[in-house]
Design a binder for this molecule. Sequence first.
Ligand code: NAD
Length: 309
Amino acid sequence: MKIAIVGAGAMGSRFGYMLHEAGNEVLLIDAWKEHVDIINKEGLTVEENGAFNKVKIPAMLPEDAIEAPDLIILFTKSMGLESMLKSIKNILGKHTKVLCLLNGLGHNETVEKYVDRKNILMGVTLWTAGLAGPGHVVLTGDGSLEVQNIDPNMEVETKEICNILSQAGLKAHYSEDVIFSTWRKACVNGTLNSCCTILDCNIKEFGELKEAPQLIRNIIKEFADIAAKYGVELNVEEVAKVVEGVYDPSQAGAHYPSMHQDLIQNHRLTEIDYINGYVSRKGKEFNINTQYNDLCTAIVHAKEQLLIK
Ligand code: NAD
């Protein structure tokens, strides 16, 4: 299958690499020129469990891509999604399926501005990856993903794509309710990412704080109030237990969430506007109190100003 990975950072490189190794014709598309140039010149360096592998996968800047693939996998950061969709208009073919795997809320609305509903697939993934530098991806841990079509008539085609992904070892499952899963994952990110970033601590340290149980429930309650407006029912206690399951060091407890890595460690902008910030914006729109998410969003934005010069 011809597959373009659009946004070939850490996660895009992981998915591109695994799909390439399974025999698909993969193209990595990214706006970071240095990254694209190194991949084309030296190959993509894939680091896993201390072993290094150089893999020849073609890479391109968005404006240079001209051929519509069978499948596009979107893996930009949330704030880069819309400009990336604008810049790849040429390769959005009539039959090109577009799978959006970004973290955060509201991406389906953005994708729908550029892609026919019948071609849109939404997904949630538990895979992880990091970048050690341009052209160098570090693969960690195991994962899986769930995928579902937006147009109810496209179930058969979506299941075929799940098969292609699974043949590459990505463990893709057809989801019966991907929008629910997206909201639940956003609650995990909306509690752990923002709180660990604001408090400058890892997940285990956050979980040990005496304030943590009430704080996460207050944040999740506001997510649930907004989700209900979209017909999504989130049980606050159930979701809080999912978040608390992550405190275990054998899960992700010893890690710093990606927002902490972006802002505190690398001084890069965060996805806060698509997590807590989405709830905060929708709260204003629906006249619902979202004071905890308002505060998280404001503090992370303030920290961005302090750290990104
Ligand atoms: P990433 O930051 O690695 O890549 C995103 C974009 O940023 C790419 O276009 C990349 O080229 C660019 N970029 C990265 N480092 C750069 C640098 N130093 N200079 C210039 N440009 C740079 O993002 P990611 O971690 O792959 O995340 C993509 C999406 O997947 C996000 O929505 C994220 O929340 C989600 N996600 C990430 C993980 C993870 O483990 N990384 C897991 C699940 C979901």
